[in-house]
Design a protein around this ligand. Sequence first.
Ligand code: ADE
Ligand code: ZN
Length: 354
Amino acid sequence: MAAIDFSAIPRSALPALLQAAPKAELHLHIEGSLEPELMFELAQRNHIQLSYPDVASLRQAYAFSNLQSFLDIYYAGASVLITAADFEAMCWAYCQRAAADGIVRAELFFDPQTHTERGIALATVLEGLLAGIKRAERELGLSLDLIPCFLRHLSEAEALQTLQALEPFREQIIGVGLDSSERGHPPLKFARAFAAARAMGLHVVAHAGEEGPAAYIWSALEDLGVERIDHGVRCLEDPDLVAHLRQQRIPLTVCPLSNVKLRVFDKLQEHCLPRLLDEGLMVMLNSDDPAYFGGYLGENLRQCFDALPQLGAEQAYRLLRNSLEASFATDADKHTWIARLDACFLAAAGQSSR
Ligand SMILES: Nc1ncnc2[nH]cnc12
Ligand SMILES: [Zn+2]
């Protein structure tokens, strides 16, 4: 392949290119894709009373001061999910939006304990999500996999019980993650649960360095053995960590609109994304909880390229390519998608693909 001449791609061409080019989403909580309209529909169907009278007032409540203020509302929202059909509807709705954004691969987080604690069987959750996934693979041509996450505000014993409950579904998941309230819950707390997951041959990832310090990123790498860091934006506070992340090519699944909504950064213009790219880190964009944070992956890309004039065609290519490379898809699939990505950028630069 000819080297892509990024200087030949004008900034005005980027929105269409970012939209059309193949990309992966690696940090998406499927419960965070539950839009208020569907939430109210499911609440009515399941005879559940929400704390807000209508969609408009619920949306108004989406003004968060930090991660915990969001999580309180997010867990309450998930309480409308009761039957497999509910999980399927939520999953299918996300997949349609993902396909419209040019996503070819998505690795979906879900929180088993958020549902089992309410008496919903893990089998029901998985039956619904897998039905949505199968439909999206068939009708939209997406490549999808599931990553259950342990809730870090709960104990390690509960994480181990959850892992045990997941064992019958081993072939339906590709990895495990760690999410929920970060501060006060260092990764080390889950060292045995992650060792057990690795022993099952599962991929392992963890949220770290979103609100928590750079030390939590080190701990996720060293104590849990994670392959990717979810968020990780606070790595910049530790130059040794930045050097390590660069040398080891550890992916950081960065979520800019989430970071602004949860007040990690005051505004997108102040987001550290350009610095992370300048440091040569393997970053890509993700939507995290798009129904709550004001946009899906396409919107994250659009708003970042609008707000950050330092980003151009080369950075756009890097972000998309990193997303595909950092995925847990097969090498053959990654190769196919990267060839398509290259063809998109070569065409935009007016170069031939051959
Ligand atoms: N951004 C986030 N951080 C931690 N836990 C989460 N669960 C859902 N979204 C999350
Ligand atoms: Zn997240």
